[in-house]
Ligand binder design. Sequence first.
Ligand SMILES: [Zn+2]
Ligand SMILES: [Zn+2]
Ligand SMILES: [Zn+2]
Length: 572
Amino acid sequence: MLEHVRIHPLCGACSYAFIPGDEVISLIKRLDNKIEATYPASKYLDSLYCHQSNPHRMFCRLPDCIRCASAKQAVTVHKDCLELFERAHISSDTLSCLWTMATWRSPWHDAPILHLAPSSTTEIKEYIRRAAEEWKLPGLESLPMELDLLIYEQLPQSCLRRYISLWTVARWWIFEYNRKLLTISINEIEKWHRGTRPTIHMQAETNEHNGDKSFIRLSVDSQGLRSIERLKPGSANNGLLESNPALYIVEAAECFSTASIEYMFPFARLQLTGGLEENFRIWDTPSPPDWKDCVIDYKYTRTKSYLSTLNARTCNGITFFTCCNMIWAIHAHTSAQPSAQSTFKTLNPKQQAVAQWVYVPISSGDFITAFGWSYTDNQARFFLRLKLAGEVVVGSTSNITAENIQLIKQPSILIYERPDSQKITFVGGVAEPTISFEIPAFMPFNYRRTPFISANYSSAPLFNVCRTHIYHEAGTKTCRGILVEYLDGSKRALGHCRVGIDQTEVCIEPGQLCYAPTISANPRSGLRQQSVQVVISKENAHEHDGPDWICCAMKGVLGFWFNHNDTQIEVY
Ligand SMILES: [Zn+2]
Ligand SMILES: [Zn+2]
Ligand SMILES: [Zn+2]
């Protein structure tokens, strides 16, 4: 029987995500605790299994694979990261040293894979210095920071960038500096930050006897456990100002009663016994909501990855990335993050090629009065009810048998997770404590027809419209989406609206909407493609070039069907 070897999505040495075609090597911990490298290298593929370099082993990426769960522990590294490490390493047991370094990038043994990007801000100057040295361009070092940043961003996955990320951590493991491995009970730790020695909690014993009511907040980044701090009850809501991507665990100190840390300057790692990690929730915020205050999906059991939060009160719109009846990612638009491009980049290239940007605007006078969700293994949809803009449904347009819609009234925070960078699993949210009006339950949603597969649908009334924005496909007259603004200040979006990215054509006080459906061959895929041109004008008297135009007054409802290939609109 083939032995399964788990292939991880991130390199244990440099912590960059693998991209298809990368040459990877697995390190496996054998039963005698020796570390074995699986030569020759395999090719990392964008599929469930990697290229088979060894006939006796299956290099596996299948989510939740039972065979992998019972297989020997493994880490995955770039072939060239391993070679760099071997070249720099001076003692005999290179693989054990790399193994320890890679496993300490995880905050505890068997922690979920968290997909944390390597921190970049401190690396840029180092990157330029090394590049200047390597390419013999001394002038490079005197460039202003803005240009350094530009060069750095042009080479997102360069070998040099990975090398710096590797070296930042590896130098501590390669030159051991007479460091000792200490094990310290977490009860004794007042605070610790990577790069410092732990501050010992003077009242450890007293608290143990009196019942410690404090909280412990851990932060984790791409290098592993970053900090431990003890918080007084009620102070967990004090946010931290840290610029690099990090995740947080905030739990009552009693949850850590039997936990300890393995500490070897400057790093530390949690040691958990007795299934303690089952109690931990990992968050994208240092001030997560109190779990007791959350409305949680009845099917939710435990976190597979980390919980993402969306503040429904501070965002001015939400873009849902959808495809194939599922939701793949969510972006909250704020004044600091007006475009959803950064979230789009977290999708893998295959998802990016087909993802639809479904934008739900929330105007300044409007807010979400109810948020509902329902899903099966291969379909998901979200229901939003806005005070002014009305109801919006996002996601699958196929009927779900015995649909069970779960609901949060007047949500302030929405919570979801995206295990293995796959589809969104909606977890729940926090409802405003005081709800001033009754919210009717959502009605099950039945679409009239779906004109093509994986179709999304959006609609908007055409009366009381004060302004429209048509989103065009780059360099063409093809309409991909329309944003409609109403006299009461509300907004609705139709189709594929890439806010802040695509060119728009604005019409104030529109009087006429005309559209011309066309069928052609998609220039990229060659597939038959239904598309549409739309003209919205103020004047009723007008003419068109061709015979295929349908002219409508601004009344009735505009319906918009779309997927990554086709668009079809209707006025009814
Ligand atoms: Zn690497
Ligand atoms: Zn497997
Ligand atoms: Zn017309």
